[in-house]
Design a protein around this ligand. Structure first.
Ligand code: COA
Length: 260
């Protein structure tokens, strides 16, 4: 996979996507959004990929937002299209992948950067990271799902304050708010992400995807997450992973899941 703005590497079953526009603090221009879509799609369809990490290149930024220079002169219709297409091909797309995505937030995660981290399945951060949705300081609002996902993750009151003030919070505050699960030094960020990825990859990938779907369905309008849980729970009983997992337990050995 060759991309203009992304670096892709692999270690065991873990694929690492690094957004690579350090001179622009990894701001998401349209080309990068399209490339991210292609990269996530390809990696998700590769059964040897058990987890995907997303991070930013350089020591300063995860992603400093959508590329302001690209949309500064957009019309109302173009603005709406930008938001709709971005949500469809990247932010909702990532949230609904069957492969777990961990965001390793290594610096500024602002606007679209925080929105990308929030669309990932969970987040860890380095202690220098700063997070915020500063869009109202530009006269616009978060358009890549930020108004919805921030409130889901940190609660309505905190989301309102963060959006209205357009301020940044530290990694420590983000951890306290439940926005990131762990904080570490910058050097230890990817090793920690890899450690979590390795732990995930020892489990049944089929069961993990089913659980992610059930959890996500709680946040979808008109979808009953409890019903999804019931049907996905039942579905698991027909998988080879379930047979292997339960047999391994009863035989007192480690499971070796076929992922089917
Ligand atoms: N879109 C486009 N370019 C961006 C960008 C963005 N969201 N964020 C940073 N850049 C560019 C800067 O324009 C600058 O480019 P230049 O060197 O060609 O002038 C380069 O990245 C470095 O940024 P700079 O502002 O010089 O770094 P800094 O350390 O002084 O400040 C930030 C860092 C993150 C505080 C600042 O870049 C910033 O506020 N960025 C915009 C954040 C934002 O509003 N995001 C939401 C967008 S909807």
């Amino acid at each position: 996979m060759n991309f203009e703005n992304l670096l892709i590497s692999r270690e065991n079953g873990c694929a690492i996507i690094t957004i690579n526009r350090p001179k622009k603090l990894n701001a998401l221009n349209i080309e990068t959004i399209e490339e991210l879509h292609d990269a996530f799609k390809k990696l998700d369809s590769d059964s040897s990929v058990k987890t995907i990490l997303i991070t930013g290149s350089g020591e300063k930024a995860f992603v400093a937002g959508a590329d302001i220079s690209e949309f500064a002169h957009f019309s109302v219709e173009e603005g709406e299209d930008l938001s709709r297409r971005g949500q469809e091909i990247l932010f909702d797309f990532v949230e609904n992948l069957s492969t777990p995505v961990i965001a390793a937030v290594n610096g500024f995660a602002l606007g679209g950067g925080l929105e990308l981290a929030m669309a990932s399945h969970f987040r860890i951060a380095s202690d220098n990271a700063k997070m915020g949705l500063p869009e109202v300081s530009l006269g616009v609002i978060p358009g890549y799902g930020g108004t919805q996902r921030l409130a889901q993750l940190v609660g309505k009151g905190r989301a309102m304050e963060m959006v209205m003030t357009a301020g940044m919070i530290s990694a420590e505050e983000a951890n306290k708010f439940g926005l990131v699960n762990h904080i570490t030094t910058q050097e230890e960020l990817l090793p920690l992400a890899m450690k979590l990825a390795a732990k995930i990859s020892r489990n049944s990938s089929i069961a993990i995807s089913a659980a992610m779907k059930a959890i996500n369905d709680n946040y979808k309008d008109g979808v009953n997450g409890f019903e999804t849980e019931i049907s996905e729970f039942g579905h698991c009983f027909g998988t080879e992973d379930f047979k292997e997992g339960t047999s391994a337990f009863l035989e007192k050995r480690s499971a070796n899941f076929p992922g089917k």
